[in-house]
Design a protein around this ligand. Structure first.
Ligand SMILES: Cc1cc2nc3c(=O)[nH]c(=O)nc-3n(C[C@H](O)[C@H](O)[C@H](O)COP(=O)(O)O)c2cc1C
Length: 409
């Protein structure tokens, strides 16, 4: 497919999506994050569910993400506003209909064969932004075509500088609008649930693994069927050697670990990319200042959903520290534990430009594009309701006067 694009001509392939009528019907009744999680648990083999659901080690940080949000109570104002709230804003100059963006999630083809293509289409339909992981199962070009103007690309330095430059060039040519450099993944975190399933990082879904997981797969023939239909795809189509051949998953992870980005790398990355750059995975004011000094345009406050350093600060706490330090210089986004529209309102009130979600869309993806569309619709409706009950006319009006520590939580 060839089409005109803001950055020039984009060459991408249209991928046939496999969302079924059944998925659409089921997605329509999805009402909360917990619904999406419960259904994913029912539909996915336990190892895949735990890959999504789990955090590092004792999962302290993963739980702290929720606790920090729940520890904030609202300060509502009565008798002021009527009618729908204005949820629109801009993020790095890009207009979004709702300040809820999709965080990068690796290996989503394990959840549904449409994977990131479905995520990108759902984000675009909702008027928001999809971030494609470097660890994707679809090609950059396929997802770029699906995302249109609504795509950002998340960068790991797979293949070192040369490999990363190849990823950057392709993401740029495919029309992605911003580059998100993940800084918190020097090595993969210790996700003990994966280990309990006998799966060592990196996960490799070979036919042998499938046999080993037979007991989990037997009650879920639907998943196996979809996974087969999707071509048992579990390779890393975007990571190439200089001769064009693909890296295996193990090689990709090994190489990413060997080339964790430093602040110094941001210079050539920014230069090569030539567009907006965000640093993702920061939880301290000190690092936020280093990122600003390195010339980033935005920061994603994140502890990787509690999947990397267990014991790292909760996202909402880190958000306050980082907004106070650099919020007047760059846009600050945040992810980790956002489950309802009210959570989005909380982080916007603390100073985030927008919230990002990982697991909510990843779980909903078990029902394909329709599931992701529905989760975004639910969050949007929740956010509108929260603002109206707060007496706040728009997301732009949310500030810290709308939240305070809850004394009883
Ligand atoms: C299954 C899974 C895979 C992930 N893969 C990536 C990745 O490839 N790159 C990245 O920067 N972050 C990755 N993340 C982290 C998310 O981008 C995001 O920071 C996190 O999920 C936010 O927390 P939440 O899941 O509570 O919303 C992943 C998260 C999950 C759950």
């Amino acid at each position: 497919m060839q089409r005109a694009h803001g950055r020039g001509t984009v060459v991408g392939r249209t991928v046939a999506v496999m969302t079924t009528g059944g998925e659409r019907r089921r997605a329509a009744s999805l009402g909360t994050f917990e619904d999406a999680r419960r259904r994913a648990r029912k539909r996915l083999p336990a190892a895949v569910f735990d890959y999504l659901d789990g955090g590092a080690e004792a999962e302290l940080t993963m739980r702290a993400n929720r606790a920090a949000l729940e520890a904030l109570e609202f300060v509502p104002r009565m008798g002021r506003t009527t009618g729908p709230a204005d949820l629109t804003t801009t993020v790095l100059g890009q207009r979004v209909e709702v300040p809820i963006l999709l965080s990068p999630v690796g290996y989503t083809r394990l959840v549904h064969p449409d994977g990131d293509v479905a995520g990108a289409r759902a984000a675009r339909a909702a008027g928001t932004i999809f971030t494609l992981s470097s660890m994707a199962g679809h090609t950059i070009e396929e997802v770029g075509a699906a995302a249109g103007d609504a795509g950002w690309f998340q960068l790991y330095l797979i293949g070192g500088r040369a490999g990363a430059e190849d990823l950057i060039d392709r993401a740029k040519a495919a029309g992605f609008r911003a580059l998100v450099v993940t800084m918190d993944s020097q090595i993969p975190g210790n996700r003990e649930r994966d280990g309990r399933h006998g799966i060592k990082f990196p996960i490799t879904m070979t036919p042998r693994t499938v046999v080993r997981l037979a007991a989990q797969l037997a009650p879920r023939p639907g998943w196996l069927l979809r996974f087969r239909k999707g071509g048992l795809a579990f390779d890393m189509p975007n990571s190439r050697r200089p001769d064009g051949t693909r890296l295996s998953m193990g090689e990709a992870i090994g190489s990413m670990t060997a080339h964790a980005p430093t602040w110094a790398d941001l210079e050539w990355i920014r230069e090569r990319w030539g567009g907006p750059v965000l640093a993702k995975g920061l939880v301290t004011a000190e690092d936020a200042k280093a990122a600003v000094a390195a010339g980033v345009d935005g920061i994603v406050v994140s502890n990787h959903g509690g999947r990397q350093l267990d014991g790292a600060p909760a996202s909402a706490d880190a958000l306050v520290e980082i907004v106070d330090a650099v919020g007047d210089q760059v846009e600050v986004l945040v992810d980790g534990g956002i489950r309802r529209g009210s959570d989005v309102a909380r982080v916007l009130a603390l100073g985030a430009r927008a919230a990002m979600i990982g697991r909510p869309w990843a779980f909903a993806l078990s029902e394909g594009q329709a599931g992701v569309e529905r989760v975004l619709e639910v969050l949007r409706t929740d956010l509108d309701r929260t603002l109206r009950l707060l007496g706040c006319p728009s997301v732009a009006d949310l500030d810290r006067s709308y939240v305070r520590p809850a004394p009883h939580r």
